[in-house]
Write a protein that binds this ligand. Structure first.
Ligand code: NAP
Ligand code: 2RA
Length: 368
C-alpha cells in the first residue's frame, strides 16, 4: 500500500528528463516504487502512432520515470505535450538509447532496422510497431489478449502485428479456440490514418479542395482519395497477386495463432475515412456453428465488444470505434452460400488497438 502510494506520487511528480542508472531487475516488493519507473523513449513521437502512444501512456498511467521523444531532424527542437509538460523532440541517433529501458518504435521499418539494434545493445527492450521484425525468427509477434505468453521469448525486440491483422485476429482467435476455424476471407476498408499523419491531413485538404472545385495535387497518397476508394497502396507483388498489406494478414495470423491450418485470404482497400479500419470477415469453421454460439463466445472475448441494434439496422462504424479500445463486432449472419460459414463485420481504431494500445499493453506485461 505504501509502495503503491509512492508510485502514484512518482507519477504525479515532474518528469525527470535526465534519469541515469539502471532500473533494478528484481521484482522484490521493496523495490516496487523504483521498478515501476520506466525510462521510455518513443521513436517516431511526432507521427500518428507516436501521438497516440503519448495519450495512451498517460491515460493508462504507465509508470514513466523519464520520457525521451525522438523523431527526424525535421522535428528536432519542436515540443510535444505529455501530462501538461512540454517535452523537446530530439533527433534520433544511435546514441539516443543511453539509460533507456523501453523503446516504443513507430518511425517506419527502415528506421527500426537501423536503430532497434542500437537500442537493444544499450540494454533497452524495443516494442516495434513497424513491419520490420514481425516475421523474424526469435522476435515474438504479440497481441496480448491472444499470445501474451510469447512476450518472455524476446531477445530485445517484440513486434506489434499489422493493424489489420490485429483487428481481424481479436475476434477470430477465440472463435478458433471454441470451434476450429478453417479459413478466413477478409475484405478491409482502411482509414487514411493507417498511412500516417500526413495522409490524414492530405485527405482533409483534398476533400475541401474537391468541395470547392479547386485542383489538388496529392503528395502522400498516389491516387485521388477524396470521394474515392482504391486497393491498398502497399506495394503490389505481381508474382503472388497480393499486395503487401494482404500478405501481412496471411503470414502474421499464422505466426500469432501458431498454426498454418487457419487459411487467410484478404483484399485490402483504402477508403476515405480518417480513422478506424473496418473489415468484412467471412469465416469457415470445421463444423456447423450457430450465430448464437459464436456471439456467446465473442461476448466475453477480451478486447472485443459487440455493438449492434438490429432493429434499427445499426452496426459498428469507424466513428464508433475512433478513440476507443475494443474491436467492435456486429452484423453476424450465416453465409447461405457455403456450409459451416459465418459472416460478420468488425471495426477497430487501428492507431490505438492496431498500434499504440497494443504496444503499451505489451510494455505493461514487461514492466508493470
Ligand atoms: P507517421 O504519422 O508518418 O509518422 C512517422 C514518424 O516517424 C514521425 O514521427 C517521423 O518524424 C518519424 N520519422 C520519419 N523518418 C524518420 C527518420 N529518418 N528518423 C527519425 N524519425 C523519423 O507514421 P505512423 O502512421 O505513425 O506510422 C509509423 C509506423 O507505425 C509505420 O511503420 C507504420 O507502418 C506503423 N503502423 C502505423 C499504424 C497506423 O495506423 N498509422 C498502425 C500500425 C502500425 P518527423 O515528424 O520528424 O518526420
Ligand atoms: C495501413 N498497414 O496501411 C497500415 C497501418 N499499419 O493501414
Amino acid at each position: 500500500m505504501v509502495f503503491a502510494g509512492a508510485a502514484v506520487q512518482r507519477l504525479d511528480s515532474k518528469i525527470d528528463h535526465n534519469v541515469t542508472g539502471k532500473v533494478p531487475q528484481t521484482r522484490d516488493s521493496s523495490y516496487l516504487y523504483v521498478t515501476m519507473s520506466v525510462r521510455v523513449a518513443i521513436m517516431g513521437a511526432t507521427g500518428a502512432v507516436g501521438a497516440e502512444l503519448l495519450s495512451i501512456l498517460a491515460e493508462r498511467k504507465f509508470p514513466i520515470g523519464s520520457l525521451r521523444l525522438l523523431a527526424s531532424k525535421r522535428s528536432a527542437g519542436t515540443t510535444l505535450e505529455y501530462q501538461g509538460e512540454q517535452i523537446k523532440v530530439e533527433e534520433l541517433t544511435h546514441g539516443s538509447f543511453e539509460g533507456i529501458d523501453l523503446v516504443l518504435a513507430s518511425a517506419g521499418g527502415s528506421i527500426s532496422a537501423e536503430f532497434a539494434p542500437s537500442a537493444v545493445k544499450a540494454g533497452a527492450v524495443v516494442v516495434d510497431n513497424t513491419s520490420k521484425f514481425r516475421m523474424t525468427d526469435g522476435v515474438p509477434l504479440v497481441i496480448p489478449e491472444i499470445n501474451a505468453n510469447r512476450i518472455k521469448d524476446h531477445n530485445g525486440i517484440i513486434a506489434n502485428p499489422n493493424c489489420s491483422t490485429i483487428i481481424m485476429a481479436l475476434p477470430v482467435f477465440p472463435l478458433h479456440k471454441a470451434f476450429g476455424v478453417k479459413r478466413v476471407h477478409a475484405c478491409t476498408y482502411q482509414a487514411a490514418s493507417g498511412a500516417g499523419a500526413r495522409a490524414m491531413e492530405e485527405l482533409k485538404q483534398e476533400t475541401a479542395a474537391v468541395l470547392e472545385g479547386k485542383p489538388f495535387q496529392p503528395t502522400v497518397i498516389p491516387f485521388p482519395y477524396a470521394f474515392n476508394v482504391f486497393p491498398h497502396n502497399a506495394p503490389w507483388l505481381p508474382d503472388l497477386g497480393y499486395n503487401e498489406e494482404e500478405l501481412k494478414m496471411v503470414k502474421e495470423t499464422a505466426k500469432i495463432f501458431e498454426t498454418d491450418s487457419v487459411k487467410v485470404h484478404a483484399t485490402c482497400v483504402r477508403v476515405p475515412v480518417l480513422r478506424a479500419h473496418s473489415e468484412a470477415l467471412n469465416v469457415e469453421f470445421e463444423r456447423e456453428v450457430s450465430v448464437e454460439e459464436a456471439m456467446e463466445v465473442l461476448r466475453t472475448a477480451p478486447g472485443v465488444r459487440i455493438l449492434e441494434e438490429p432493429d434499427k439496422n445499426r452496426w459498428p462504424m469507424p466513428l464508433d470505434a475512433s478513440g476507443t479500445d475494443p474491436v467492435l463486432v456486429g452484423r453476424m449472419r450465416k453465409d447461405k452460400s457455403q456450409k459451416n460459414t459465418l459472416d460478420f463485420w468488425v471495426v477497430g481504431d487501428q492507431i490505438r488497438k492496431g498500434a499504440a494500445l497494443n504496444a503499451v499493453q505489451i510494455a505493461e506485461k514487461l514492466f508493470v
